[in-house]
Design a protein around this ligand. Structure first.
Ligand code: CMX
Length: 133
């Protein structure tokens, strides 16, 4: 498998509206608008930083993964996403290596990306996302 770069860092927030001014006004990043990804029960907001992005994540449902994360840990870094050349190949290789996957097949993420998660218990406690754009 080939990891091309850190695609984005996902940060769970209680409210994008309340959280975005830090990234825009204090840190001077561009705000690219929001997108709701129903399948993941989140609304996302992307802020490009060089070749990567910061992604704020706000839950859209109390039983969604981000709502559960916020309840348990509070706002903070939720996942690190690596862009890969070929996500199906990467998942097959990781499965072969015995790495615990959350998604064996890619799902649809923000911006039309193909995404899949590795289980944080297999990755030093950090939720890792693979994405292909
Ligand atoms: N980072 C690190 N650890 C996490 C975590 C995260 N984001 N989310 C949960 N965990 C840990 C919990 O702390 C818990 O650990 P302990 O057992 O030591 O307490 C363990 O994982 C199980 O957590 P849980 O609250 O019981 O939650 P679930 O097992 O129901 O689900 C997970 C955990 C990671 C499998 C689930 O959140 C998931 O499938 N995530 C992938 C999808 C996702 O997060 N989507 C949102 C982002 C979408 C996007 O970017 O577009």
């Amino acid at each position: 498998m080939k990891i091309l770069k850190v695609d984005h860092i996902g940060i769970a927030v209680n409210s994008i509206e309340d959280g975005k001014s830090l990234w825009m006004d204090a840190l001077g990043l561009a705000f690219e608008g929001t997108e709701t990804v129903e399948e993941q029960k989140v609304t996302t907001a992307f802020f490009p930083v060089g070749e990567s992005e910061v992604e704020l994540l706000e839950s859209t449902a109390p039983d969604g993964p981000v709502a559960k994360f916020l309840e348990k840990k509070g706002a903070g870094v939720h996942h690190v996403a690596f862009r890969v050349e070929n996500i199906e190949e990467a998942l097959a290789e990781l499965k072969e290596k015995g790495i615990r996957l959350i998604d064996e097949k890619p799902r649809k993420g923000a911006g039309g990306a193909k995404i899949a998660f590795l289980h944080p218990k297999a990755t030093n406690g950090v939720l890792v996302e693979l994405c292909e754009r």
